[in-house]
Design a protein around this ligand. Sequence first.
Ligand code: ADP
Ligand code: ASP
Ligand code: MG
Length: 405
Amino acid sequence: MARIVQKYGGTSVGDVDRIKNVARRIKAMCDAGHEMVVVVSARSGVTNELLARARAVCAVPSERELDMLLATGEQETIALTAMAMHGIGVPAVSYTGAQAGIFTDKVHTKAKIKTINAKPIEKDLKQGNVVIVAGFQGINEEGQITTLGRGGSDLTAIALAAALKADKCEIFTDVDGVYTADPRVVKNACMLPEISYDEMLELASSGSKVMQSRSVELAKKYGVVFEVRSSFNQNPGTIVKEEVAYMEKVVVRGVAVDKDQAKVIVSNIADKPGSAAKVFRALSDSNVNVDMIVQNVGRHGVANLTFTVPQSETARAVAALDPVLVAIGGGQVTVHEHIAKLSVVGVGMKTHSGVAATLFQALADAGINIELISTSEIKISIVIDQARADEAARVTHTAFKLDKA
Ligand code: ADP
Ligand code: ASP
Ligand code: MG
């Protein structure tokens, strides 16, 4: 008998038939004698719909109320999944994040899990129940409902697997596993039988939506080995863990695209010590997540600073910069939203040269212009025109021969 945490994403619980399919899969595990804790997301599209409704009634909704609203998406599916289990004769009980003892910090809409009180779940498991937990939500010390950031049900599952010392953690989704690129965009992308935490983390934080990046961070921290697999078949998926056999040999492991970025240019600012510090201090004080940064110095003692931020944070970035420009003696801010960030990721890059040259050549051959470049030990990212992002992913994938991975 094993203790297993499974997570089913939005498409996997997208309608009544799919919820029944999930219930049958869980029953098969119970029949095999396993203890089951199951995390479910809201039905696919529901979180986006709720967000749109919130914005329709108020341009800038309160984050407390947003969390109150968004948490209802998962509350629907936990109850329906528990009922579907009852329908096929399996005892099951649904839990909200708060009932599951998931305590978070106070930051609404992107709260961090601080502790989990596993006692209530342990008690139900002992009584022979399947425990169905609402993903993406928790409660803070003031008793307020919080949510864990988009894709946060992954985080709930990994955190529960760690807290409950599960023998296995499975993330069920609508593709067979983690691929060398988004299989919906790059048709000949290959599924990876395994991938290291570090590579998965870089892919996730560079826009590969298959796993929430914070959940991978947590899995690495607590050594939670997990498998990403499909809820629509029985195929084995991708195992995500610390070390994998190929590591150093494969130079590029995957390509990720993030279309949710904007480029901000702060131009004509004084080229003197302190300008950049003031700009980025103001952004950080406003909780704006800055990613790539480039500075060009012009001839007449002026400089331009260019950086990327998530699209949802552009308004906040611009508001934060207005007073700074006054303080540093002038400058202009322009925002470009129609950009995309493309990244190639691989642990093997540490020991191989030529990755940047191959990437730039592939894009040059396709006539795609590169606007910004940044590199780290295991990743190269570039900013390009959003309209050409899918094509760029395909030519990059071919240039690194990932279709033969
Ligand atoms: P869920 O609702 O199950 O959490 P998501 O929509 O969040 O599912 O994530 C699964 C989607 O991630 C896939 O449908 C796929 O289009 C996308 N995706 C992006 N990059 C990758 C990748 N490298 N491997 C697999 N899927 C990817
Ligand atoms: N329902 C939430 C979202 O759409 C959480 C999740 O699906 O993981 O972001
Ligand atoms: Mg997801």
